[in-house]
Design a protein around this ligand. Structure first.
Ligand code: HSE
Length: 434
């Protein structure tokens, strides 16, 4: 059996997919019994240097030629973004083609609409590559753990920020050098602000939560903080306390609520996620029957992402070859959970504040925390620091679990004291065990 594929978007990831299909054509055929034939490639730029070369006759600048080709069964959307990419996906589904995409931004913005269209057309829309690159996490959640109930997940799902944090902390690179190397290596988004400000991780958490909790996620209810305001000082204090700082995407579900958050997080240095470095991604799932499980691998870059795209491609090729009937349940969330405000969530917190030198200040601060029902689990007061004219005393506090709303109210009061200087730094702490 031969399945014809059209690729739209011949950039970094597209190049990786073509390379994989060329190198592994034989083994793909032996494994699946299906010949995957890359019939046409569309890209606006036919001249740019690429990792692989293809026959010029395969290429076109007009993706509509792929959509209009009745022999093409599957369209790969690897354009990225939410403009042309959406037109490609919609027109491919409308033309009764299956679609494979790596586009998390597109799914974040339009997944309900696209899933509806997929069901209406009875054509698959697969997106393994959209979250955590090469790690088959979508398959794990939707298939391998289909019988289990996931109630929490913790993910390092942005390779660029993990790479930046690793290089800055372990090798003392500057933020700018780390980011530009991530861009050169092909990890970063076209607009790297989306990596740095947590936007990309939010897009991925939206997708993971939708399938893990079988619920519609109100995308704008995901609390997001990036690493742009993270101070290296806090990473070093965290280390002193036995913690590592990672940008985590966190999803939890209990009762009728979901809690969805992306932010720099202190995690115990001995947990597995703490040692996931560079562009590697990892997702820890907590589920009722399996318990804790961890999935680690490369989350960005041409080859890991291509591996996930081709995995979807093989699945679809097999189902086409075996005339498998379309299953709408895959695209129909059935739980109605609300997304709780992060202010209602309970968590442990790391606080760093600066005070002037005067007797009794710690007592004032700890009283404010106590008045808001916040208990302290560790506290470090450093010696005077700063220039002679503006010397302040850094105080670092770890709290026990507290409601975030209470914590922020207490910090507002602390920051308003005339003995504190500047704004208190607030970071979340998660006591992950595995
Ligand atoms: N910019 C993304 C990252 C690419 O750094 O993880 C993979 O989605």
């Amino acid at each position: 059996v031969k399945v014809n594929v059209g690729l739209v978007g011949f950039g970094v990831i597209g190049g990786g997919v073509v390379s994989l299909l060329q190198r592994h054509a034989e083994v793909l055929k032996l494994r699946s019994g299906v010949e995957i034939n890359l019939k046409r490639i569309a890209d606006v730029d036919l001249e740019r240097p690429r990792e692989v070369s293809v026959e010029r006759s395969l290429m076109t600048t007009d993706f509509n030629e792929i959509i209009a080709d009745p022999e093409i069964d599957i369209v790969l959307e690897l354009v990225g973004g939410t403009g042309i990419a959406k037109r490609v996906v919609v027109s491919a589904l409308e033309a009764n083609k299956h679609v494979v995409t790596a586009n998390k931004a597109l799914l974040h913005a339009f997944k309900e609409e696209l899933f509806r269209l997929s069901v209406k057309q009875k054509r698959e829309l697969r997106y393994e590559a959209s979250v955590a690159g090469g790690i088959p996490i979508i398959k794990v959640i939707t298939e391998s753990l289909a019988g289990d109930r996931i109630h929490a997940m913790y993910g390092i799902v942005n390779g660029t920020t993990n790479f930046i944090l690793t290089k800055m902390i372990q090798e003392q690179w500057s933020f700018e050098d780390a980011l530009s190397t991530a861009q050169d290596l092909g990890f970063a988004e076209a607009d790297p602000t989306l990596d740095v400000n947590g936007g990309d991780a939010t897009h991925k958490l939206d997708i993971l939560a939708t399938i893990a909790f079988n619920a519609q996620v109100a995308s704008d209810r995901i609390y997001t903080e990036g690493i742009q305001a993270l101070d290296l000082k806090d990473v070093l204090y965290a280390k002193e306390l036995g913690y590592v700082v990672k940008l985590l995407a966190i999803g939890k579900q209990a009762d009728e609520h979901m809690s969805l958050r992306v932010h720099p997080t202190l995690i115990p240095e001995q947990c597995s996620l703490a040692s996931v470095s560079n562009e590697f991604n990892a997702i820890m799932l907590q589920s009722e029957f399996l318990g804790d499980s961890l999935y680690v691998g490369r989350g960005a870059g041409a080859h890991p992402t291509a591996s996930a795209v081709v995995s979807d491609l093989c699945d679809l090729a097999l189902s086409i070859a075996s005339n498998q009937e379309f299953n709408p349940h895959r695209y129909s969330p059935f739980n109605e959970y609300t997304t709780r405000s992060h202010l209602e969530d309970e968590s442990r917190f790391y606080l760093r504040l600066a005070t002037i030198e005067r007797p009794g200040i710690l007592a004032v601060i700890t009283k404010i925390l106590g008045d808001h029902d916040i208990s302290i689990s560790a506290i470090i007061q450093k010696e005077l620091s700063g220039t002679a004219s503006e010397q302040t005393i850094p105080i670092v506090i770890l709290t026990r679990p507290a409601r975030e709303g209470n914590l922020r109210q207490a910090v507002t009061e602390i920051d308003a004291l005339d003995v504190t200087c500047g704004k208190t730094v607030i970071l979340h702490v998660e006591d992950i065990e595995l």
